[in-house]
Design a protein around this ligand. Structure first.
Ligand code: YSL
Length: 302
């Protein structure tokens, strides 16, 4: 009898597979909407980056090594004969100041948060949530979605996020100069490498970001059922997409691997919260952290 039941299940399973060889029209539309939302909010020319406060790297040049005479060095190495009025922050940064990359990277993250919000607003079902739930979802997932979307600029050639020119190429060392610890950045880079290896289609990439956003178990979410419903609809669409669009040879376990990435993002998120708290306390120049960033990640001095 048990055998019979198992056989019957197997037949049903294969029948189901045969009956879902194509994406429903509605699922196709959803994917098209998400792709458009992403394209509208991800500018792959990275032309906005020049508006951020400039990156400052302690790059091992003479003025950076000479930490004892940063002001002298900056005057000797430039055409200026006076220190800039704003406390010679350039000289401090040139001296390899611990948080020299913080203003630029904080601006990049603040900019990215704005783009993530724009993306979220175009996902069917998001605007229908109450504002409190929209905020709870965004606060909890912003860093995860930024990590996901950044995979587009990540390259395995030199394990950097390359956003156009060398000035906007970010390596581990640069992120360390924003106050993050090496041992915690390694998992972040590993994550990027493994994501890259999944070689996702654009449809899968955008679905993953949307699924990440609609996680019903985030703190503070009131209407968990609504969030779960949307998430299930998104995951169903992802499964269907993989089943019928992804080449057989590489779709093996792809859905499972993508779900695993969501788990890894949770632990990166947790680690980020701890490091952020530390950095936001260390950042003596409170202006280093843009207001949106303080609002989304938390303001320890508030
Ligand atoms: O407060 C944010 C801190 C994180 C680092 C967290 C480290 C602990 C995690 C375990 C920032 C500094 C990381 C970024 C911004 C460093 C530079 C490269 C990058 C990292 C994501 C988080 C993202 C790159 C881009 C460029 C481009 O692809 C985009 C437009 C993306 O939105 C962001």
């Amino acid at each position: 009898r048990k055998k019979e039941i198992i056989m019957k299940r197997k037949l049903e399973d294969s029948a189901r597979e045969v009956h879902t060889p194509q994406l429903l029209e509605e699922q196709e539309r959803l994917i098209a909407t998400l792709i458009e939302a992403h394209r509208k909010t991800y500018d792959a020319s990275y032309s906005d980056f020049s508006q951020f406060r400039p990156p400052k790297r302690g790059d091992g040049s003479p003025e950076c090594r000479n930490a004892t005479n940063p002001f002298l060095m900056s005057l000797l190495n430039s055409d200026m004969d006076e220190l800039p009025k704003a406390s010679a922050s350039g000289a401090e940064a040139a001296a390899g100041d611990e948080l020299s990359m913080l203003p630029h990277l904080a601006d990049l993250v603040s900019y990215s948060i704005q783009k993530v919000i724009g993306f979220a607003k175009m996902i069917p079902g998001f605007k229908e949530l109450c504002t409190e739930d929209q905020i709870s979802l965004l606060k909890a997932s912003a860093i995860e979605i930024i990590i996901l979307r950044s995979n587009e600029s990540f390259t395995m050639e030199d394990n950097s996020w390359t956003c156009g020119s060398n000035e906007f190429k970010y390596q581990i060392g640069d992120v360390m100069q924003a106050g993050h610890k090496l041992e915690l950045l390694e998992p972040l880079v590993k994550f990027q490498v493994n994501m890259k290896k999944l070689d996702l289609h654009e449809a899968e990439h955008v679905l993953l970001m949307a699924i990440c956003l609609f996680s019903p178990d985030r703190p503070g979410v009131q209407d968990r059922c609504r969030v779960e419903e949307v998430q299930e609809h998104l995951t169903e669409t992802l499964r269907a997409y993989i089943a019928c669009r992804h080449p057989l040879s590489c779709k093996h376990m792809l859905y499972a691997k993508m779900v695993e990435k969501l788990t890894e993002l949770r632990s990166l998120n947790e680690e980020h919260s701890k490091q952020y708290l530390q950095i936001s306390q260390d950042a003596v120049n409170k202006e280093d952290l843009p207001p949106l960033l303080l609002e989304v990640f938390g303001n320890p001095t508030a």
